[in-house]
Design a protein around this ligand. Structure first.
Ligand code: PBG
Length: 309
């Protein structure tokens, strides 16, 4: 009898889709894999903006506890919800191929951001989206919206907002992308670090499992995400930081990283931006690209922006 592996997962439809996706990939490698559904503090606290209650780590802590207790061996996360530094004893065993990294506008009545009337109400709780929206459309009224994708869409349909902004990846995975009215270009609204990618976390030193997971990894996504995550880590990576960072592979095989930092409490202030390209062939080079982008943002005044974060 094979050893059975257990995947700890949140129970939103998107989290379950992601965990089942990894389960199916491991099953094709001949492994027995079962899911363990869990509710995290991030799922329970729905009335406050995450940056105010302790940040993205709230989505992963309970899952890490299950790994520690041995109730599960791996946790599947949206990479963008994974803190920049994992607690001691945990490692990111693989980053899987990225789904569409773009942000998308969903609206019952308006076909694009430009079509929204003056002063329209847009729902998003992401400071990164708030600052980029306010830079494009200072007139918009931006209101928080929390909860899983179905909850957010229901609040939109209830008429609480004229539009909401969501990651295209989640909508596509749940086949809800028919609701998208506009895709933002990745230079127009720079995505969050790791957006659209999945990260698999395990305890350090799990050799046979780590090898199976390494075989699932998508190296181009992993290097791109490593560059993106390095920018955030260098700048102190917290949820109260309106940071966008996105890396793409150019046709010539080089990695191009764009990053933007907004002001945490004055979202209409101009974004600080940087862009750089390198020939990266390993994780260290990709991370160095991110570190350089963070330095460039500091030269543009990041410290002054971040003192209010
Ligand atoms: N912050 C919550 C979250 N985490 C991952 C996704 C979507 C999937 C992804 O980007 O990988 C979402 C929803 C959203 O931002 O719209």
């Amino acid at each position: 009898m094979n050893q059975e592996f257990v995947i700890a997962t949140r129970e939103s439809r998107l989290a379950l889709w992601q965990a089942e996706h990894v389960q199916a990939l491991l099953q094709t490698r001949g492994l027995d894999v079962r899911l363990l559904g869990m509710t995290t503090r991030g799922d329970q606290i729905l009335d406050r903006t995450l940056s105010k209650v302790g940040g993205k780590g709230l989505f992963v802590k309970e899952l890490e506890t299950a790994l520690e207790d041995g109730r599960a061996q791996l946790a599947v996360h949206s990479l963008k919800d994974v803190p920049m530094e994992l607690p001691a004893g945990f490692v990111l065993a693989a980053v899987l191929e990225r789904e569409d990294p773009r942000d998308a506008l969903v609206s019952p009545n308006y076909e694009s951001l430009a079509a929204l009337p003056l002063g329209a109400c847009v729902g998003t709780s992401s400071l990164r989206r708030v600052t980029q929206l306010k830079n494009m459309r200072p007139d918009l009224r931006i209101e928080p919206v929390r909860g899983n994708l179905d909850t957010r869409l229901r609040k939109l349909d209830d008429g609480q907002y004229d539009a909401i902004v969501l990651a295209a990846a989640g909508l596509k995975r749940l086949r809800l992308d028919g609701r998208i009215r506009q895709y933002f270009g990745v230079d127009e609204m720079i995505p969050c670090t790791g957006q659209g990618a999945l990260g698999i976390e395990i305890r350090a030193g799990q050799a046979p499992l780590a090898e199976h997971l390494a075989a699932l990894a998508h190296r181009p996504t992993w290097l791109a995400a490593a560059a993106e995550r390095a920018v955030s880590r260098e700048l102190g990576g917290s949820c109260s930081m309106p940071l966008a960072a996105h890396a793409v592979w150019e046709a010539d095989g080089r990695l191009r990283l764009s990053a933007a930092l907004g002001h945490p409490t004055q979202p209409e202030r101009a974004l600080l931006r940087t862009e750089a390209t390198v020939a990266a062939t390993d994780l260290a080079q990709a991370e160095a690209l991110g570190v350089a982008a963070a330095s460039a943002l500091r030269e543009h005044g990041a410290a002054e922006y971040l003192k209010d974060a």
